[in-house]
Design a protein around this ligand. Structure first.
Ligand code: FAD
Ligand code: DLZ
Length: 507
């Protein structure tokens, strides 16, 4: 009796449900590098290298623990190129009698898993992925029948459920949320402690050469790869963040600084999403820092909210919203993705900084993703499906369950408000307040019209005007529409002509 245990690239956890359900004596673990996963979008080369290297390291760790691991490499001449083909081949190779696996993290992969039983004519058990703090069913029970799914409401339930930062039934410090304290701008000359990086070892170096050879034409640089590829490294990265950057996480959470890629962000999302770290242990490490007095409450609460709140919330929403979520287009946006997203030159400093960080690191921090890149895509009326595919491709932490709600819902308002209560739209004033980019930008952030006016200003008003029918009844946009209506009619015309001129050149 041989149980075949396929483990996917984002299931690199030693306590995975399928490993708990089998024993080394009765099972063969199957891990597969397959072309379909490497190309369903043109992933950043660092992202592919991260998955392959972490998978190869994980396979070695399992072997050390006594598991038999059948690891199919991308360049294996017999590789069929997809999960279903490789599961079928392995089932034959090992005369498997049963397949036990953990549910994939996105609809596309779950669909593939459903074909495995028929392809192999073997009994198939698909176990729930229990590496999250909220189950898909629990979220659906909470979400069902609600007009709006407010993250803050969900977060409080999760705080009570896990006991994180709780004092009995009440939040530690008396407040649930310290976001008001987390919007500081960075003082001039402030120095950020750089994150712990990991030099590529022999396995990663081999994978990087493979990726450069096969996927060198994808957007992004493989040089500078320094991601944690093992649990041991991921734990070291977590400890480094807790010691050196967590204390300042809250203060500058929404800040952007020219030439600073990381600020006080943790860079832990790739390790979390691959399964090298668990969300609970990361939250507990932050909570311990608060109790030890090494990090203030605003930082620790803010950080825990991102993981216990946002991360669990978007995962629940992804499965709750259904497989057609990524096709939603509430604002009927049709523009093709502007070439600047793929590195074409742009004079907008905020955009060039964010795209360049993405190209170099397969990473951009939250506010760059939301308020620079996402905002620009939404203001320019870019097709959300194209925006979604871009985000899914370029970030090391991008898996559809977490990327799609953030892009389709939070940043593009393409789900019509299922996730966000209003579109995250901003003009140049926001960028100027939260960053130092405007100081060295060729555009003048104070101007709405004219040859040197910051394009974000006219685009912002044009966006509001374009969607007045759909958006002006939203209570949270009342002040913005009031601002628009205060412009004299001829100024409104000038602003919209300015936006049209920019958009024409963009196309
Ligand atoms: P930190 O700022 O240090 O935050 C700590 C952790 O909180 C992160 O590691 C992450 O696990 C979690 N987190 C924070 N914000 C969110 C959020 N909105 N949703 C889910 N988890 C969150 N995150 C991804 O993991 N994968 C994605 O593909 C992804 N795409 C995004 C696209 C857009 C348009 C936006 C606005 C956000 C996206 N995010 C995504 C959320 C967030 O930007 C990243 O998790 C974060 O930038 C990763 O860097 P970090 O680990 O340094 O995060
Ligand atoms: C992202 C990715 C890539 C690039 N390659 C592989 C792969 O070759 N084999 C694999 O098992 N997983 C890979 N992944 C991650 C999968 O796409 C991920 O497991 C699914 O999206 C399921 O959530």
């Amino acid at each position: 009796m041989t149980i075949l245990v396929p483990i996917l690239g984002d299931q690199l956890s030693h306590n995975l449900a399928s490993l708990r359900a089998a024993t080394p004596a009765s099972a063969v673990v199957l891990m597969m590098e397959v072309a379909e996963e490497a190309t369903y979008v043109p992933h950043h080369p660092q992202k592919i290298a991260l998955f392959f290297s972490a998978m190869r390291h994980f396979a070695d760790e399992l072997r050390e623990q006594g598991w038999t691991v059948d690891y199919v490499r991308l360049d294996d001449p017999a590789n069929t190129g997809d999960f279903a083909g490789e599961v079928a081949r392995a089932a034959q190779r090992h005369c498997a009698t049963r397949i036990v696996t953990v549910a994939g993290g996105e609809w596309r992969v779950v669909d593939s898993q459903q074909t495995w039983a028929e392809r192999t004519r073997l009994p198939l058990t698909v176990l729930d992925d229990d590496r999250f703090l909220c189950t898909i069913e629990q979220f659906a029970g909470w979400a069902k029948g609600r007009k709006r799914m407010i993250m803050e409401d969900f977060y409080r339930i999760m705080r009570r459920q896990t006991g994180l930062l709780m004092d009995g039934d009440q939040p530690v410090g008396g407040q649930w949320n310290y976001d008001q304290e987390n919007r500081k701008s960075v003082p001039k000359g402030h120095r950020f402690t750089p994150p712990l990086r990991f030099a590529p070892d022999a396995i990663t170096t081999e994978v990087m050469a493979l990726v450069a050879g096969r996927f060198g034409n994808h957007f992004g640089s493989i040089d500078g790869f320094s991601w944690a590829v093992t649990r041991e490294q991921a734990l070291a990265a977590l400890a480094d963040f807790i010691t050196h950057r967590l204390a300042g996480f809250g203060d500058y959470q929404d800040a952007m600084v020219t030439g600073e890629d990381v600020l006080n962000h943790s860079l832990l999302a790739p390790a979390l999403n691959l399964g090298l770290l668990s969300p609970l242990e990361v939250c507990q490490a932050a909570e311990a820092a608060f109790h030890a007095g090494t990090a203030p409450l605003n930082a620790v609460e803010g950080f825990i909210r991102q993981i216990l709140g946002w991360r669990e919330y978007v995962r629940g929403l992804y499965w709750f919203a259904g497989p057609d979520y990524t096709a939603r287009n509430h604002l009927a946006a049709t523009r093709p993705l502007p070439a600047l997203f793929w590195g074409a030159p742009t004079d907008l400093k905020c955009l060039s900084q964010a795209v360049d960080a993405t190209r170099r690191n397969a990473m951009a921090h939250h506010i760059q993703r939301l308020m620079i890149l996402g905002n620009f895509a939404m203001l320019t009326g870019t097709n959300p499906a194209e925006v979604h595919r871009w985000y899914l491709a370029v970030y090391a932490d991008a898996l559809e369950w977490v990327e799609a709600p953030n892009v389709i819902g939070m940043s593009q308002f393409a789900d019509g408000g299922l996730m966000a209560t209003k579109p995250y739209a901003a003009g140049g004033a926001y960028v100027n307040r939260m960053s130092d980019h405007c100081k060295s930008c060729r555009y003048d952030v104070k101007q709405r019209t004219g040859p040197t006016a910051c394009p974000l200003n006219s685009l912002y008003w044009d966006f509001l005007a374009r969607h007045e029918d759909l958006l002006s009844s939203n209570q949270r946009l009342w002040r913005m529409y009031d601002g628009w209506r205060r412009f004299a009619p001829d100024e409104q015309v000038r602003i919209r002509e300015q936006a049209a001129g920019f958009l024409e050149k963009l196309t």
